[in-house]
Design a protein around this ligand. Structure first.
Ligand code: SF4
Length: 547
């Protein structure tokens, strides 16, 4: 009997993908497993699809539970997969949608055991644990399970993996990929003469600028059924589910991509690092949600952006795309996204355990409920609770910065990012958190720890004007905590700062402070960190997150 893998009929009974369980399989029949983040037939070999294989999807309760993901993320994964399963059926593929209490590989294990004539092809999973489970499965069913390479990325990870070591930085990798793809190239030279226009991409937001809205996509019957399922089965999961408006089909995601190119790409570059209270998206594309589950392919999004830059006849005057915007956008996808994926391939599984500074504090409770007087932190966590999303500078310079400055165990922060963000799969969030923002790998990926005082946040946001704390005060109960925490961090970790030319200046600046000033910094920092409610997690579900 197929016990752990059974048809999951509740949401699909009205759709013709509820294939009979007593499959009639001939010797040598081949099925194709498509995982939750591989939802695009363009990425699979045409010869394989031409055989019209049985396409199998798995809904895994254990995957949903092992990291207690944000409710909207669970809805997004399940609803998108179900919509894609129906689209495959409509294209003439036989489709089987399985549900398992276990992991994805457990469902396939039971299926292969029950149907000894069935052979299976699967694409290399992007996440380490799922990959390991399928490697064991392939070993068990030797000869019946075939793996194909993952085609959802541009860079050849095997080529670049050996280069990932201290000193192999993004810029070198990015230039190689620009040459390989020809994106924004004029012959062998970068378009406009520069590889990188980041210096033009650090403007704070003008007060009167209009931020175009991202259209909300109302949940259809399939999404609504998944929303009810998540509300019923995982009421204590992280985040709010009062609204859900993400795209769940490729067509919807493509429409959002086209709209971004027309209305927000123009200002993406200049205001990439800006923060505005109550505005989780600003000019960011939010396409990582759809790139990371496969609905959109990285090449097509890069090419759409380049086309928007090269053919500006269709854009109105207010939306003309400057080179710094399109280059900044291409660098995020072709550069950063591909680079961190290679890092993950090269550094796992040891990357998970890194804690360079040896921090031991628990993640402060405010990450779970946004209950804090720090206006910048409250806004960033509120965005995450409401949308499973905040843009990259809130992730880096607010949430990660605060975690570093409060000596929080970076592995706890890493798990929080993994479960809290709708676009977070381990391959993408782990390098961002343990490699870049917390410096937990000791400098393999980044050249310095990402820490700053309140001045940076004040310059890039409107938060400080709305805050109980005074960003101009340096120490004491009214002072912005980022200020004294920053100098305390510089003092505590002076060795790692002193070694680094880019930040050694800060150690010199600290050393020039008077002894009473240094003591006041220490006192304020110790008092503030002790005041954080870090020992008591909000919900028992999250107690085991550190590992
Ligand atoms: Fe954040 Fe400090 Fe500004 Fe308050 S004053 S919003 S804590 S940076």
């Amino acid at each position: 009997m197929l016990e752990t893998a059974r048809l999951f009929l509740s949401a699909t009974a009205n759709h013709p993908i509820s294939a009979p369980l007593n499959l009639k399989l001939n010797s040598g029949d081949r099925a194709l497993l498509i995982l939750y983040d591989q939802l695009n037939l363009e990425a699979f070999p045409k010869e394989l699809l031409a055989q019209k294989p049985l396409i199998i999807f798995v809904e895994s309760r254990k995957y949903a539970m092992v990291i207690p993901h944000h409710k909207q993320k669970l809805v997004h994964i399940l609803s998108t997969q179900r919509h894609f399963a129906i689209a495959c059926h409509q294209q003439g593929f036989p489709v089987l949608n399985l549900f398992t209490e276990g992991f994805h590989a457990d469902a396939i294990d039971s299926l292969l055991a029950e149907y000894p004539h069935l052979a299976l092809t699967y694409m290399q999973p992007s996440e380490w644990d799922t990959r390991s489970q399928f490697e064991s499965l392939a070993h068990k069913f030797n000869g019946r399970v075939q793996k194909i390479a993952n085609s959802f990325f541009i860079a050849n990870a095997e080529k670049y993996k050996p280069k990932i070591k201290k000193g192999y930085r993004l810029e070198t990798f990015y230039r190689e990929l620009r040459k390989q793809t020809g994106y924004l190239m004029e012959g062998d030279k970068p378009m406009g003469g520069s590889w990188n226009y980041d210096k033009e991409n650090r403007k704070s937001l003008p007060k009167k600028i209009v931020i175009p809205e991202i259209p909300e996509i109302a949940p259809d019957a399939i999404t609504q059924e998944v929303i009810d399922l998540v509300k019923n089965y995982l009421p204590d999961a992280f985040g709010n589910l009062d609204r859900f408006s993400y795209a769940v089909t490729r067509e919807q995601a493509l429409d959002l991509a086209k709209l971004f190119m027309q209305s927000r790409l123009a200002n993406f570059g200049a205001y990439e690092d800006a923060i505005k209270t109550g505005e989780p998206f600003l000019f960011h594309s939010v396409l990582s949600v759809y790139l990371n589950n496969g609905l959109l392919m990285p090449q097509e999004i890069c090419e759409m952006a380049i086309a928007a830059y090269e053919d500006q006849n269709n854009l109105d005057q207010n939306n003309l795309v400057p080179l710094n915007s399109v280059e900044g956008f291409i660098r995020q996808i072709l550069g950063w996204r591909e680079y961190i994926r290679v890092y993950y391939e090269a550094q796992m599984p040891t990357a998970r355990t890194q804690n360079y500074f040896g921090f031991t504090n628990n993640l402060p409770q405010l990450y779970w409920n946004a209950d804090t007087d720090l206006a910048c932190m409250r806004d960033a966590v509120t965005n995450v609770l409401n949308y499973g999303y905040s843009h990259h500078i809130q992730r880096l310079m607010v949430l990660s910065n605060f975690s570093n400055l409060t000596n929080t165990d970076p592995r706890q922060l890493n798990r929080w990012f993994w479960l809290a963000y709708i676009d977070a799969y381990e391959w993408v969030e782990l390098p961002n958190v343990l490699g870049m923002s917390t410096f937990a790998d000791g400098g393999i990926l980044a050249s310095k720890p990402y820490v700053s005082g309140g001045n940076y946040i004040n310059k890039m946001s409107d938060c400080c004007a709305k805050c109980k704390y005074d960003v101009k005060e340096k120490v004491g109960d009214q002072a912005c905590p980022f200020n004294y925490l920053y100098w305390h961090f510089v003092d505590q970790h002076r060795d790692s700062f002193a070694e680094n030319g880019r930040v050694s200046l800060m150690v010199n600046t600290y050393d020039k402070k008077t002894d009473p000033d240094k003591q006041a910094i220490r006192d304020s920092a110790v008092k503030f960190i002790a005041s954080l409610d870090s020992d008591k997690m909000v919900q028992p579900l999250y107690r085991d997150l550190a590992r």
